[in-house]
Design a protein around this ligand. Structure first.
Ligand code: UD1
Ligand code: CA
Length: 524
């Protein structure tokens, strides 16, 4: 068997902890090294997300909630990316159970995977955990209560191994649970590829979630042989080892087989997505959020929403978005990784990413907040406004058709329709500073870097290229030329010419002349 490497990281809880505490003496192992061929993807299976969260984090999260001793995640395929996802999600956290990441360099099966954690437990000089909770990284629907029950049954029955099973109408692809003739005891688990016709008929499947006694796990893993259709070291074979040694194997059967859904294919991924989305919606409905049409309201698992907020149909709330109370989000809006205060109104068809909107502000319809926008209290971003890396101060307004990029805008500022911050000269980005109380007339451009002092008025149509001291008027327009009667004369001339042409009229000549005039118009 190949070498392994061990890295240790301390991490924080990924979701709000439940009332129940982690169980002392229980270590968790999450297997997340596989490629997942059946996904038909270039990305490792456990990185595929369910309700906006990579699948592996569902297992890691359960491990964090239950294991009081130690957590180990086994990575292999795209190890760096998987490790990064785990580190990013769990951050820096003190005083909690440590998470180690172990690399499985060659993917030789689930038994081989778990054996790679041996150095963490056996050679570290640490106390051996009483039990190991072993989880597949592809079971995002598992419930914490199920795992607690699994542990409970394991301890009560003094088992060496306890497995989680489910009854499926279509069990194809899964490992089948073979029971003794009395049907009481599990005698072994047979993988689909190794199953004969009789075993294939069985509907009880192995979910891929196990509790294994501390003193039994590694001794059993060391005895594994890759004598099966895939030539792999199967974790599931430790069941038979336990039986052979006269030790007890217990089993807990899921009431709702959906909870144990293992995501192996895109279809199963879509199925898991539906279930998790529904759970998330129910959670927020129960917490006092109004959804006009829950079915078309898409909320990622990592989102939080305050009481009495109203979500209209076809709203998407993504990533780590936090929404306050009494917020209204109208139809067709997508909000990703934003923090939104109380009583904010986001009208229809907005895209908001990685931005912050403070209390009582209004955004949209049809607004685009690109990353790092800060809309201060009571400020307004109106229709067809795009903003990026910009602060719009308290009570300020940009109501129509503007681009605000790399701008710092003070309080009580009025940004007129069609105002553009020219923040990019083709090479560098530069900043526009607009101080408190400035009034910017419509269709103005601010060529950055530029600063407009407090209380200044900028006349409509102005191009501001130089810094402006406070309380100024800025106007930059070409002198207006007005020629009374000019337009009427032109119309008369044109209609005279038309009449002459009609009289002289060979059809061919006419088209040629018209064509000629069109061309000369284009050149002028
Ligand atoms: C496994 C079980 C099967 C069960 C099914 C439930 C084994 C031998 N079989 O099969 O009985 O019905 O799960 O979904 O365990 N992994 C590694 N390293 C490896 C191989 C896999 O870390 O070398 C990880 C994968 O990333 C995944 C988990 O182990 O998270 C399960 O692997 P997968 O290939 O999906 O196993 P199945 O064939 O589904
Ligand atoms: Ca699987």
């Amino acid at each position: 068997m190949s070498r392994s490497s061990v890295k240790e990281t301390h991490v924080k809880q990924t979701t709000p902890g439940s009332a129940a505490r982690p169980v002392a003496g229980v270590a968790a192992v999450v297997m997340a090294a596989g490629l997942g061929k059946r996904m038909q993807s270039k990305h490792a299976k456990v990185l595929h997300s369910v309700a906006g969260r990579p699948m592996v984090l569902y297992s890691v999260d359960l491990a964090l909630r239950i294991a009081g001793h130690q957590i180990v995640v086994i990575v292999g395929h795209q190890a760096d990316r998987v490790s990064q996802v785990i580190k990013d999600a769990t951050g820096q956290r003190n005083g909690h159970v440590p998470i180690s990441i172990v690399e499985q360099r060659e993917l030789l099966g689930t038994g081989h995977a778990v054996l790679q954690t041996r150095p963490v437990f056996v050679e570290s000089g640490r106390v051996m955990p009483g039990q190991f909770l072993i989880l597949n990284g592809d079971t995002p629907l598992l419930q914490e209560a199920t795992l607690r029950e699994l542990l409970e049954v394991h301890r009560r029955q003094e088992a060496a191994v306890t497995i989680l099973t489910a009854m499926l109408d279509d069990a194809s692809g899964y490992g089948r649970v073979v029971r003794s003739s009395s049907a009481e005891c599990v005698s072994r688990i047979v993988e689909d590829r190794d199953a004969d016709a009789a075993v294939k008929m069985l509907h009880e499947i192995n979910v891929g979630t196990y509790v294994v006694e501390g003193d039994f796990l590694f001794s059993a893993l060391e005895r594994l042989e890759p004598s099966n259709a895939q030539g792999e070291f199967y974790l599931t074979d430790i069941v038979q080892t336990a039986v052979e040694q006269g030790r007890r194997v217990a089993a807990v059967r899921l009431e709702d087989p959906h909870d144990g859904l293992g995501v192996n294919t895109r279809r199963q991924l879509a199925e898991a997505e539906q279930v998790v989305r529904q759970q998330v919606r129910h959670r927020w409905l129960d917490a006092g959020v109004r959804m006009i049409d829950p079915a078309s309201t898409w909320i990622d698992a990592g989102v939080t929403i305050g009481k009495d907020s109203v979500l209209y149909p076809n709203v998407m709330l993504e990533g780590a978005t936090v929404i306050g109370e009494d917020v209204i989000v109208r139809s067709g809006t997508r909000i990703t990784d934003c923090t939104i205060g109380n009583r904010v109104e986001i009208l229809d068809h907005c895209v908001c990413r990685d931005s912050r909107i403070e209390d009582d502000a209004m955004v949209g319809p049809f607004a685009h907040l690109r990353p790092h926008v800060l809309v201060r209290k009571g400020a307004k971003i109106g229709n067809f406004v795009e903003a990026k890396k910009t602060e719009l101060g308290e009570g300020s307004k940009a109501n129509h058709l503007s681009y605000l990029g790399d701008a710092k805008i003070g309080k009580g500022v009025n940004i007129g329709a069609g105002t553009i911050t020219c923040n990019y000269d083709g090479v560098r980005k530069a900043e526009t500073i607009i101080e408190d109380g400035v009034f910017i007339g419509s269709d103005s451009q601010l060529v950055a870097p530029v600063k407009v002092g407090a209380g200044t008025m900028i006349a409509a149509g102005t191009t501001v290229t130089q810094n402006v001291p406070a309380d100024s008027l800025v106007i930059s327009r070409v002198m207006q030329v007005t020629r009374p009667g000019w337009a009427a004369k032109r119309r008369a001339l044109l209609s005279e010419g038309g009449a002459r042409l009609a009289k002289s009229g060979a059809a061919g000549g006419k088209t040629r002349k018209t064509a000629g005039r069109r061309q000369s118009n284009k050149r002028s």
